[in-house]
Design a protein around this ligand. Sequence first.
Ligand code: APR
Ligand code: PHB
Length: 397
Amino acid sequence: MKTQVAIVGAGPAGLMLGHLLHNAGIDTVIVENKSRKYIEERVRAGVLEQGTVNAMIDSGVGDRLLKEGLQHDYIDLRFNGEPHRLNIKELSRGRSVWVYAQHEIVKDLVAARVGYDEPLYFEASDVSIHDIDTDKPSVRFIHEDKEQLIDCDFVAGCDGFHGISRGMIPEAELRVYDRQYPFAWLGVLADTPPASQDVIYAYHERGFALQSMRGPDISRLYVQCPVADTVEGWPDERFWREFHARLEISDGWHQQEGPIFQKGITGMRSFVCEPMQYGRLLLAGDSAHIVPPTGAKGLNMAIGDVQIMTRALTSYYQEGKRDFLDKYSDTCLKRVWQVQRFASMLCYNLHRFPEHNQFEHKMQLAELNNIAHSRQAMRAFAQSYTGLPVELFYDLE
Ligand code: APR
Ligand code: PHB
């Protein structure tokens, strides 16, 4: 088969790219190695920046998000036994964040794609990418026991951190920046209404804790735990004990317990590869970068990348211009590093590090106090938390 852009991976990056390119009249084929059910049920983070919400609405896939998503104008930062409620909407001059689970976005995008009947192959095996350093790249895979070949103009590598596309860039051209953290998050879904409507980030001497939600009756809760911990080592009683100890402070706030129906441990990492393009291969999302989950930026970065890629490809196909395309990696990376800066700042200041002493503890509190009390720091925080608009990163017009 022939197409303009072959997209490897049907996570939020690949699906949104396929959707935006469809709207721009550019043909795509998406190849995913897991099943539809698997990708539609994969539990991940759930905070959308204003720019991500706007991209969903403006591109015609925001109906359910508008109905079921929860708009948040405040967040709560807790430390030293005190809550600090920040009005992020006012501080960012009108931008909010929305709580809407990532797998719901995946469902909305798959439904749109199936609706306009463009090729999307699930359960593809032996996916391989060829000839990206020529004008005629291709993607091969096996689907329902048949070998398939896609001849295309470009390959979009949207296959996540463990995918194959980043590895297609010759080693001599690729630079990798990586940091792993000495802790993880234990995350649960509990059948009980969240005690607060706000997302709460807590720094506590026992470690970080986070209260979020998946609708008015389901709580999404996390506590920091050692990297080597397993879910078996965290029976429900232990989870609740830690959660109460880290979040319940002087204001009498109390989270009602409820049955826990999902539990998982997520490692934490910061990772960037440069460049994000090589020949006719363009990377987007987790295939090129990972952020620690503090701030829930992973999905939002992926959506930013594919917006930038859509503009690059639209200008190439519709105006015959290569300048946005040639600058794709540079434009993305400027934004990626700013988001990395924010996510690692939050990660650093909200967690207990095993190797830290009292000096570092005091520095973390000083940083958090600055965010909670300096108007200027608060504004900068709110601007990054609600998302840096993609348009800020173009130096071409
Ligand atoms: N061939 C085809 N598909 C593949 C291959 C392969 N060789 N390898 C991986 N995939 C698929 C995965 O099964 C997955 O569905 O690529 C998809 C990548 O999706 P994500 O991992 O969700 O990555 P991305 O779309 O970049 O989304 C970024 O997801 O990981 C979270 O926190 C991250 O929220 C962020 C968002
Ligand atoms: C979530 O709801 O899963 C969530 C919220 C905020 C974060 C990370 C995850 O920073």
